[in-house]
Ligand binder design. Structure first.
Ligand code: ADP
Length: 164
């Protein structure tokens, strides 16, 4: 089978947790579309273009991954791309209720795509983009949280919006 899967998120910025999910999804499906969703309620620190650029850098070595952005509904995007799977990472129980609600809603809007949950790796269980921003903007060391190749870019951005 030749299945296209979508990995959606805000990726503001991409973390080692996201990258782990993308890598594992890339081993399970033929084609992975990582899509930066720009319609979320969250106020972003990085522009959509910056988030896409960082994702391209960190996934450069993975052959079957493409980076895109989308401003509308995920269900419509998946239909447009003929994607049969929406891959999401599940960290703790706290993710579950929201993700379950989103999965059921997306299934209703696009019955052709199923949401597939991958368990977060133990070392990334606590990791989120907001944690990276909280620590980084206060001058803390974020080396353990983000891919090394985008560390400088992230810190440059944080230096402009420093909070202490
Ligand atoms: P965040 O919650 O960090 O702002 P996003 O909205 O960008 O993340 O999340 C995109 C997807 O990546 C979601 O499915 C989310 O559950 C998953 N994800 C985020 N952080 C991790 C992590 N540390 N480990 C596994 N999956 C994660």
């Amino acid at each position: 089978m030749n299945i296209t899967a979508v990995c959606p998120g805000s990726f503001d910025p991409v973390t080692l947790g996201h990258l782990d999910i993308i890598r594992r999804a890339a081993q399970m499906f033929e084609r992975i579309l990582v899509v930066v969703m720009s319609n979320t309620q969250k106020t972003a620190t990085f522009s959509v273009a910056e988030r896409c650029e960082m994702l391209k850098t960190v996934t450069a070595g993975i052959g079957n991954v493409e980076i895109e952005s989308h401003g509308g509904l995920l269900a419509d995007y998946a239909r447009e791309k003929n994607a049969k799977a929406i891959v999401k990472g599940l960290r703790a129980l706290s993710d579950f209720e929201y993700e379950f609600q989103m999965a059921l809603t997306n299934k209703r809007l696009n019955p052709a795509a199923d949401t597939v949950f991958l368990t977060a790796s133990a070392e990334n269980m606590y990791l989120s983009s907001s944690l990276v921003k909280q620590v980084g903007m206060m001058g803390g060391d974020i080396h353990d949280f983000v891919p090394e190749c985008i560390y400088d870019n992230i810190m440059k951005k944080f230096a402009k919006s420093i909070n202490y």
